[in-house]
Design a protein around this ligand. Sequence first.
Ligand SMILES: [Cu+2]
Length: 200
Amino acid sequence: MRFSRTLIALVGVIVIAFVVVGVRIVVWSGQATDSGKATPAIGGPFTLIDQTGKTVSDRDFRNRYMLIFFGYTYCPDVCPTTLSTVSGALDKLGPNFTKKVVPIFITIDPERDTPAVMKSYVEAFGPTIQGLSGSPEQIAKVAKEFKVYAAKVKGDSPDSYTVDHSAILYLMGPDGRFVAHFTHGISVDDLVAGLKKHIG
Ligand SMILES: [Cu+2]
């Protein structure tokens, strides 16, 4: 009697231990595949419209690094400077390297930056830059995922507003996860070195 009660208790403990370990394993593997515990939670899935009017998502850029910058085509200084730096760096790195990287400019001003506007804008910075726009809701979602700050500043007329915005270049890995960031004032040579460091 006493023996069997002990046995039942022992079996109970073993069952509970297996359940706890099992739950832990599920939780761990979930974290490993979904959020990536070690890297900051920057970025996420997006569905946007490219400069040809085609719907694209983050999944279309898998197996390549994404070098993402948020801004707007009416930007007087930071955006054109940063995109020039990006295209200068990619020119220096050459085609064998740059086939592994897709530069992406995402507007935070979708009202004015239609795909047609984005097309003529990004073409001025080189043939490989993707110019992504979308509905205000799509843009708000992706901006939130990348923790982008953007705020309209009124101009003289309703159409002449500017947009204050954070200006960070995000390097995302071939799996879509955050790898590194660069500040917008970075030089061409520093960006070349930074990309070489992270992209084998
Ligand atoms: Cu800008």
